[in-house]
Design a protein around this ligand. Structure first.
Ligand code: UTP
Length: 327
Protein backbone atom coordinates (compact mmCIF):
# COMPACT_ATOMS: atom_id res chain seq x y z
CA UNK A 1 0.00 0.00 0.00
CA UNK A 2 1.11 3.58 -0.67
CA UNK A 3 0.53 6.62 1.51
CA UNK A 4 -0.06 10.03 -0.04
CA UNK A 5 0.83 13.10 1.99
CA UNK A 6 -0.03 16.42 0.33
CA UNK A 7 2.33 19.17 1.45
CA UNK A 8 2.06 21.66 -1.40
CA UNK A 9 0.03 24.38 0.34
CA UNK A 10 1.46 27.79 1.25
CA UNK A 11 0.62 27.65 4.95
CA UNK A 12 -0.46 31.27 4.91
CA UNK A 13 -1.94 31.05 8.40
CA UNK A 14 1.51 30.39 9.82
CA UNK A 15 3.32 33.31 8.25
CA UNK A 16 5.96 34.65 8.67
CA UNK A 17 7.45 31.20 9.38
CA UNK A 18 6.12 29.69 6.15
CA UNK A 19 7.72 32.41 4.02
CA UNK A 20 11.14 30.80 4.51
CA UNK A 21 10.24 27.23 5.41
CA UNK A 22 7.44 24.84 4.34
CA UNK A 23 4.80 24.52 7.04
CA UNK A 24 5.42 20.80 7.54
CA UNK A 25 9.04 21.48 8.55
CA UNK A 26 7.93 23.64 11.48
CA UNK A 27 8.59 21.87 14.76
CA UNK A 28 6.26 20.45 17.35
CA UNK A 29 7.82 18.78 20.40
CA UNK A 30 11.27 19.20 18.90
CA UNK A 31 10.70 17.65 15.48
CA UNK A 32 9.15 18.86 12.22
CA UNK A 33 5.45 17.94 12.06
CA UNK A 34 6.07 15.77 8.98
CA UNK A 35 8.73 13.83 10.94
CA UNK A 36 6.09 12.67 13.45
CA UNK A 37 3.79 11.51 10.64
CA UNK A 38 6.48 9.61 8.75
CA UNK A 39 7.80 8.03 11.95
CA UNK A 40 4.33 6.67 12.73
CA UNK A 41 3.74 5.41 9.19
CA UNK A 42 7.09 3.61 9.08
CA UNK A 43 6.75 2.13 12.56
CA UNK A 44 3.32 0.65 11.81
CA UNK A 45 4.82 -1.09 8.73
CA UNK A 46 1.69 -0.41 6.73
CA UNK A 47 3.05 1.10 3.56
CA UNK A 48 5.92 0.31 1.23
CA UNK A 49 6.17 3.78 -0.24
CA UNK A 50 5.25 7.31 0.81
CA UNK A 51 4.28 9.83 -1.86
CA UNK A 52 4.83 13.48 -1.04
CA UNK A 53 2.87 15.92 -3.17
CA UNK A 54 5.05 19.00 -3.07
CA UNK A 55 4.96 22.50 -4.45
CA UNK A 56 6.28 25.63 -2.78
CA UNK A 57 9.77 24.86 -1.31
CA UNK A 58 9.17 21.15 -1.89
CA UNK A 59 12.87 20.43 -2.32
CA UNK A 60 13.46 21.39 1.32
CA UNK A 61 10.97 18.72 2.41
CA UNK A 62 12.48 16.08 0.13
CA UNK A 63 15.99 16.87 1.37
CA UNK A 64 14.90 16.68 4.99
CA UNK A 65 13.11 13.34 4.60
CA UNK A 66 15.87 11.70 2.57
CA UNK A 67 18.41 12.81 5.17
CA UNK A 68 16.30 11.68 8.14
CA UNK A 69 14.74 8.37 7.02
CA UNK A 70 15.90 5.34 5.12
CA UNK A 71 12.61 4.68 3.31
CA UNK A 72 11.12 4.81 -0.17
CA UNK A 73 9.78 8.30 -0.86
CA UNK A 74 8.21 9.21 -4.18
CA UNK A 75 7.51 12.72 -5.28
CA UNK A 76 4.64 14.26 -7.20
CA UNK A 77 4.57 17.95 -8.03
CA UNK A 78 1.54 20.19 -7.71
CA UNK A 79 2.51 23.24 -9.77
CA UNK A 80 -0.32 25.37 -8.44
CA UNK A 81 -2.14 24.86 -5.14
CA UNK A 82 -5.64 24.23 -6.50
CA UNK A 83 -6.94 22.30 -3.51
CA UNK A 84 -6.49 19.03 -1.68
CA UNK A 85 -8.34 16.97 -4.31
CA UNK A 86 -6.14 18.41 -7.05
CA UNK A 87 -3.00 17.72 -4.97
CA UNK A 88 -3.93 14.04 -4.65
CA UNK A 89 -4.73 13.88 -8.38
CA UNK A 90 -1.17 15.06 -9.13
CA UNK A 91 0.13 11.71 -7.82
CA UNK A 92 -1.93 9.67 -10.32
CA UNK A 93 1.10 8.73 -12.46
CA UNK A 94 2.64 6.90 -9.51
CA UNK A 95 -0.19 4.33 -9.51
CA UNK A 96 -0.68 1.46 -11.94
CA UNK A 97 -4.22 1.33 -13.33
CA UNK A 98 -3.77 -2.38 -14.08
CA UNK A 99 -3.12 -3.03 -10.40
CA UNK A 100 -5.43 -0.88 -8.29
CA UNK A 101 -4.33 -0.74 -4.68
CA UNK A 102 -5.33 0.57 -1.27
CA UNK A 103 -4.23 4.09 -0.44
CA UNK A 104 -3.87 5.94 2.82
CA UNK A 105 -4.06 9.73 2.69
CA UNK A 106 -2.80 11.88 5.57
CA UNK A 107 -2.68 15.67 5.56
CA UNK A 108 0.87 16.93 6.01
CA UNK A 109 -0.06 19.37 8.76
CA UNK A 110 -2.15 17.07 10.92
CA UNK A 111 -0.95 14.44 13.37
CA UNK A 112 -3.13 11.63 14.61
CA UNK A 113 -2.89 9.71 17.84
CA UNK A 114 -4.54 6.65 16.37
CA UNK A 115 -3.69 3.08 15.51
CA UNK A 116 -3.43 3.28 11.72
CA UNK A 117 -3.18 -0.50 11.32
CA UNK A 118 -6.53 -0.88 13.03
CA UNK A 119 -8.10 1.85 10.90
CA UNK A 120 -6.89 0.07 7.75
CA UNK A 121 -8.19 -3.35 8.86
CA UNK A 122 -11.46 -2.85 7.06
CA UNK A 123 -13.33 -4.34 4.12
CA UNK A 124 -14.56 -0.89 3.14
CA UNK A 125 -13.00 2.50 2.55
CA UNK A 126 -12.65 4.46 5.78
CA UNK A 127 -12.79 8.11 6.75
CA UNK A 128 -11.37 9.23 10.08
CA UNK A 129 -13.88 11.29 12.06
CA UNK A 130 -14.18 12.95 15.43
CA UNK A 131 -17.32 13.91 17.26
CA UNK A 132 -17.41 17.65 17.76
CA UNK A 133 -19.70 19.84 19.81
CA UNK A 134 -20.34 22.39 17.10
CA UNK A 135 -20.33 20.81 13.62
CA UNK A 136 -20.91 24.16 11.89
CA UNK A 137 -17.17 24.85 11.56
CA UNK A 138 -16.34 21.46 9.98
CA UNK A 139 -16.98 19.11 7.09
CA UNK A 140 -19.15 16.31 8.51
CA UNK A 141 -20.42 12.91 7.37
CA UNK A 142 -24.02 11.81 7.45
CA UNK A 143 -24.50 8.04 7.75
CA UNK A 144 -27.31 5.61 6.99
CA UNK A 145 -28.81 3.18 9.50
CA UNK A 146 -26.17 0.57 8.66
CA UNK A 147 -23.32 2.98 9.36
CA UNK A 148 -22.31 3.66 5.76
CA UNK A 149 -21.58 7.21 4.72
CA UNK A 150 -24.54 8.66 2.86
CA UNK A 151 -23.48 12.23 2.34
CA UNK A 152 -20.76 14.78 3.10
CA UNK A 153 -21.87 18.14 4.39
CA UNK A 154 -19.42 21.05 4.38
CA UNK A 155 -19.98 23.43 7.30
CA UNK A 156 -23.62 22.46 7.95
CA UNK A 157 -26.13 25.18 8.72
CA UNK A 158 -29.89 25.33 9.43
CA UNK A 159 -31.61 21.92 9.73
CA UNK A 160 -28.47 20.16 8.48
CA UNK A 161 -26.65 20.94 11.75
CA UNK A 162 -28.57 18.25 13.62
CA UNK A 163 -27.83 15.52 11.06
CA UNK A 164 -24.31 14.74 12.20
CA UNK A 165 -21.59 15.89 14.54
CA UNK A 166 -18.90 13.62 13.09
CA UNK A 167 -16.25 15.90 11.63
CA UNK A 168 -13.84 14.77 8.91
CA UNK A 169 -10.34 14.91 10.39
CA UNK A 170 -8.17 14.47 7.29
CA UNK A 171 -7.25 10.81 7.47
CA UNK A 172 -8.48 8.47 4.74
CA UNK A 173 -8.05 4.82 3.83
CA UNK A 174 -9.39 4.25 0.34
CA UNK A 175 -9.73 0.77 -1.06
CA UNK A 176 -9.37 1.38 -4.76
CA UNK A 177 -6.84 3.78 -6.27
CA UNK A 178 -8.51 3.56 -9.70
CA UNK A 179 -11.85 4.69 -8.35
CA UNK A 180 -10.18 7.49 -6.38
CA UNK A 181 -8.36 8.88 -9.43
CA UNK A 182 -11.38 8.45 -11.74
CA UNK A 183 -13.52 10.36 -9.24
CA UNK A 184 -10.90 13.12 -8.89
CA UNK A 185 -10.60 13.33 -12.68
CA UNK A 186 -14.36 13.63 -12.95
CA UNK A 187 -14.65 16.59 -10.55
CA UNK A 188 -11.69 18.33 -12.19
CA UNK A 189 -13.10 17.83 -15.71
CA UNK A 190 -16.52 19.03 -14.60
CA UNK A 191 -14.79 21.90 -12.78
CA UNK A 192 -16.55 21.11 -9.51
CA UNK A 193 -14.94 23.41 -6.97
CA UNK A 194 -15.83 24.25 -3.40
CA UNK A 195 -14.42 27.56 -2.12
CA UNK A 196 -12.73 27.77 -5.52
CA UNK A 197 -10.66 24.62 -4.86
CA UNK A 198 -10.86 21.02 -6.04
CA UNK A 199 -11.73 19.29 -2.79
CA UNK A 200 -11.10 15.69 -1.85
CA UNK A 201 -14.54 15.63 -0.23
CA UNK A 202 -16.18 16.35 -3.59
CA UNK A 203 -14.30 13.39 -5.09
CA UNK A 204 -15.47 11.22 -2.19
CA UNK A 205 -19.07 12.26 -2.95
CA UNK A 206 -18.41 11.16 -6.52
CA UNK A 207 -17.14 7.83 -5.18
CA UNK A 208 -20.40 7.40 -3.25
CA UNK A 209 -22.32 8.06 -6.49
CA UNK A 210 -20.23 5.29 -8.05
CA UNK A 211 -21.43 2.94 -5.31
CA UNK A 212 -18.33 2.90 -3.12
CA UNK A 213 -19.12 1.87 0.45
CA UNK A 214 -17.44 4.12 2.97
CA UNK A 215 -17.45 3.75 6.75
CA UNK A 216 -16.07 5.98 9.50
CA UNK A 217 -13.40 5.37 12.14
CA UNK A 218 -13.31 7.39 15.39
CA UNK A 219 -10.10 9.36 15.81
CA UNK A 220 -9.77 10.90 19.25
CA UNK A 221 -6.28 12.25 18.89
CA UNK A 222 -6.73 14.79 16.12
CA UNK A 223 -3.79 17.17 16.30
CA UNK A 224 -3.98 19.99 13.81
CA UNK A 225 -0.84 22.08 13.26
CA UNK A 226 -2.19 24.45 10.63
CA UNK A 227 -2.59 27.64 12.67
CA UNK A 228 -0.88 29.23 15.67
CA UNK A 229 -3.51 28.18 18.26
CA UNK A 230 -3.53 24.55 17.16
CA UNK A 231 0.24 24.24 16.75
CA UNK A 232 0.55 25.17 20.44
CA UNK A 233 -2.13 22.62 21.41
CA UNK A 234 -0.35 19.90 19.42
CA UNK A 235 3.00 20.83 20.94
CA UNK A 236 1.45 20.58 24.42
CA UNK A 237 -0.22 17.23 23.67
CA UNK A 238 3.00 15.67 22.39
CA UNK A 239 5.16 17.05 25.19
CA UNK A 240 2.74 15.63 27.76
CA UNK A 241 2.91 12.19 26.14
CA UNK A 242 6.65 11.81 26.56
CA UNK A 243 7.67 13.67 29.72
CA UNK A 244 11.42 13.96 30.22
CA UNK A 245 12.78 11.58 32.83
CA UNK A 246 14.94 13.98 34.80
CA UNK A 247 12.71 16.74 36.04
CA UNK A 248 14.67 19.73 37.28
CA UNK A 249 13.73 23.22 38.31
CA UNK A 250 15.39 24.44 35.12
CA UNK A 251 13.53 22.24 32.72
CA UNK A 252 9.88 21.37 33.13
CA UNK A 253 9.03 17.71 32.57
CA UNK A 254 6.71 18.66 29.70
CA UNK A 255 9.38 20.36 27.64
CA UNK A 256 11.98 19.47 25.03
CA UNK A 257 15.51 20.72 24.51
CA UNK A 258 17.41 19.71 21.36
CA UNK A 259 21.09 18.78 21.01
CA UNK A 260 24.06 21.07 21.60
CA UNK A 261 22.14 23.85 23.35
CA UNK A 262 23.70 26.20 25.86
CA UNK A 263 21.21 26.93 28.64
CA UNK A 264 22.44 29.21 31.43
CA UNK A 265 20.58 30.64 34.39
CA UNK A 266 17.24 30.03 32.62
CA UNK A 267 14.00 28.14 33.02
CA UNK A 268 12.67 26.06 30.13
CA UNK A 269 9.09 26.03 31.32
CA UNK A 270 6.01 23.95 30.65
CA UNK A 271 5.20 23.10 26.99
CA UNK A 272 8.35 24.64 25.59
CA UNK A 273 10.15 23.01 22.69
CA UNK A 274 13.68 24.19 21.93
CA UNK A 275 15.48 23.08 18.75
CA UNK A 276 19.17 22.15 18.38
CA UNK A 277 22.06 24.59 18.87
CA UNK A 278 20.09 27.22 20.77
CA UNK A 279 21.61 29.57 23.33
CA UNK A 280 19.32 30.59 26.18
CA UNK A 281 20.74 32.89 28.83
CA UNK A 282 19.00 34.54 31.83
CA UNK A 283 15.57 33.79 30.40
CA UNK A 284 12.26 32.16 31.25
CA UNK A 285 10.29 30.52 28.44
CA UNK A 286 6.88 28.86 28.63
CA UNK A 287 4.44 27.41 26.08
CA UNK A 288 6.62 28.28 23.11
CA UNK A 289 8.30 26.76 20.09
CA UNK A 290 11.89 27.85 19.50
CA UNK A 291 13.45 26.57 16.26
CA UNK A 292 17.13 25.66 16.02
CA UNK A 293 20.06 28.04 16.22
CA UNK A 294 18.24 30.81 18.08
CA UNK A 295 19.72 32.97 20.82
CA UNK A 296 17.54 34.26 23.63
CA UNK A 297 19.01 36.42 26.35
CA UNK A 298 17.48 38.38 29.26
CA UNK A 299 13.97 37.57 28.09
CA UNK A 300 10.67 36.35 29.48
CA UNK A 301 8.77 34.71 26.69
CA UNK A 302 5.46 32.87 26.56
CA UNK A 303 3.00 31.68 23.88
CA UNK A 304 5.58 32.44 21.18
CA UNK A 305 6.83 30.93 17.94
CA UNK A 306 10.46 31.82 17.29
CA UNK A 307 11.96 30.74 13.96
CA UNK A 308 15.49 29.55 13.18
CA UNK A 309 18.59 31.63 13.97
CA UNK A 310 16.58 34.38 15.65
CA UNK A 311 18.12 36.70 18.23
CA UNK A 312 15.93 38.01 21.07
CA UNK A 313 17.42 40.21 23.78
CA UNK A 314 15.90 42.12 26.70
CA UNK A 315 12.26 41.37 25.92
CA UNK A 316 9.26 40.35 28.01
CA UNK A 317 6.42 39.64 25.60
CA UNK A 318 4.61 37.25 23.25
CA UNK A 319 6.56 36.93 19.99
CA UNK A 320 5.93 35.50 16.54
CA UNK A 321 9.27 35.89 14.76
CA UNK A 322 10.30 34.44 11.39
CA UNK A 323 13.73 32.94 10.67
CA UNK A 324 16.76 35.24 11.08
CA UNK A 325 14.79 37.98 12.88
CA UNK A 326 16.48 40.14 15.49
CA UNK A 327 14.62 41.87 18.24
P1 UTP B 1 -4.49 23.43 4.27
O1 UTP B 1 -5.44 24.18 3.44
O2 UTP B 1 -4.75 23.27 5.70
O3 UTP B 1 -3.00 24.01 4.13
O4 UTP B 1 -4.28 22.01 3.59
P2 UTP B 1 -2.44 25.31 3.46
O5 UTP B 1 -3.18 25.67 2.22
O6 UTP B 1 -0.98 25.05 3.31
O7 UTP B 1 -2.63 26.37 4.62
P3 UTP B 1 -3.25 27.85 4.64
O8 UTP B 1 -4.73 27.68 4.52
O9 UTP B 1 -2.63 28.61 3.50
O10 UTP B 1 -2.81 28.37 5.97
C1 UTP B 1 -4.06 20.80 4.31
C2 UTP B 1 -2.90 20.02 3.69
O11 UTP B 1 -3.10 19.86 2.28
C3 UTP B 1 -2.01 20.40 1.56
C4 UTP B 1 -1.33 21.38 2.51
O12 UTP B 1 0.07 21.50 2.19
C5 UTP B 1 -1.55 20.75 3.86
O13 UTP B 1 -0.56 19.79 4.17
N1 UTP B 1 -2.50 21.04 0.31
C6 UTP B 1 -3.56 21.89 0.36
C7 UTP B 1 -1.87 20.78 -0.90
O14 UTP B 1 -0.89 19.98 -0.94
N2 UTP B 1 -2.31 21.40 -2.02
C8 UTP B 1 -3.36 22.25 -2.02
O15 UTP B 1 -3.72 22.77 -3.11
C9 UTP B 1 -4.01 22.50 -0.80
Amino acid sequence: MKAIIPVAGFGTRLRPHTLTKPKVLMSVAGKPMIHHIIEQLISEKLVDSIILVTGFMGNKIENYLNKSFNFKFENAIQEEAKGLGHAIYCSKHLFNTDKPEDVIIILGDTLFDVNLSDLCKNDFSVIGVKEVEDPRRFGVVEKDSEGFVKKFIEKPSGPEVSKSNEAIVGLYYLKNSNLLFESLKSIIEKNIRTKNEYQLTDALSEMLLRNEKIVTYPVDGWLDCGKPETIFETNQYLLKKVPIKENSIFQHKYSFVGDDCEIKNSIIGEFTSVGDNCKIINSIITNSIIESGSHIENAIIKDSIIGEKVTVKNKAQILNLGDYSEC
